[in-house]
Design a protein around this ligand. Sequence first.
Ligand code: FDA
Length: 398
Amino acid sequence: MHYDVVIIGAGGAGMMCAIQAGRRGKKVILLDHSSKLGSKILISGGGRCNFTNLGASPLQYVSKNPHFCKSALSRFTPEDFIQMVQEHSIPFHEKKLGQLFCDHSAQNIVNLLKDECHKAGAEFQLACKISAVNALSSVPGEEDKFSVETSAGHFTCSSLVIATGGLSIPKIGASPFGYELAAQFGLKIVPTVPALDGFKFKDAEVQSFNKLAGISVDCSITSNEVTFRENILFTHTGLSGPAALQASLHWSAGDPIQIDLLPDLDCFGWFMGKKQQGSRALVKNLLCELLPSRFAEHFCDLYFPSQLPLPQVSEKALLSFCQKLKAWTLTPSGTVGYSKAEVTRGGVDTDELSSKTLESKKIPGLFFIGEVVDVTGWLGGYNFQWAWASGWAAGQVV
Ligand code: FDA
């Protein structure tokens, strides 16, 4: 079976590429080992798919080469995807910070992509196990560059697109296929780690916060000089919540993270103000006015167990406690892992690919798009925007 384009992986990136290539008149097939289409889209955004971000720009992506994503992101923008969503009359809303979600269900986005693939003439072969991929020795005038052996038969193609995503959530079909194929063709890989997954802690002091599981605190959190202002959520094993997920994307083993628990407040000035007003309360009780009380109490038990009323607390002790509140420094023992991670950081080294077309520089006709590439976005719709934009860019040339 000869196709102009074989795309392995029918997620967001693969389907966008198929739509574009099909519209250009190419004979396209999408092969996926999963029997269900768009599983990751379906579980995304709590089932409502945060399908893009109004503010998406190269600044919200992590990659060995931060310039690599610029070309694709500038040619297929959030507005371009929004237009597709509007053409399909899918109701959506901005939740916060430019994050766009479906009003009803992520299934709307899967249906949009599936319909557009069908309209563009792209075919699907689901539940298709890939057993081998080989480059065919090029014969002048011969179009077949790759052969793909599968449980559904033997395919040959002129362009082979790898869109198999990252390693997160293996139970819904994630596999290392893309990285292994890149290695088979001699392409470099930036080591992969789970990201947007939050933190675990071994340290007994921090572990004692596990009893606060379920409590969330609005704070700002800094990891490797990148700061996010959102909620952290205490869990039974560590820290989750949007701010901790974002921080985990920028974190490497052994790094400390720093949390400002009162980001909008000069807290020393606030306590001194209380002192001047004649307050005789305990610091612990005052802190309950600023932070969730169970958290405030436990934080004081650990770091400010004094039972003295405020007038008897020295300025030095108060200042040092306020510094702790403004820069609570913790060293995670790790991140939570692929079972919970929203994405994989690392992947096919961008040095190996054209930023304009996503084609391999070494192996003409071989393309890598979406999450399998070493481009990882922040939480908030940025990863889908990369999937759409990189799929679109490859779809113009395959
Ligand atoms: P994707 O993983 O979507 O697709 C890869 C496809 O390849 C799958 O269909 C898979 O079955 C197939 N495949 C894998 N191995 C194969 C093999 N060996 N043979 C054949 N087929 C194979 N992002 C965002 O922007 N907004 C959001 O709201 C969310 N929410 C979210 C929630 C959760 C729980 C997760 C895990 C992730 C998110 N994300 C997200 C991230 C986002 O889902 C992700 O970045 C994109 O789906 C990546 O799209 P791709 O098409 O690159 O891979």
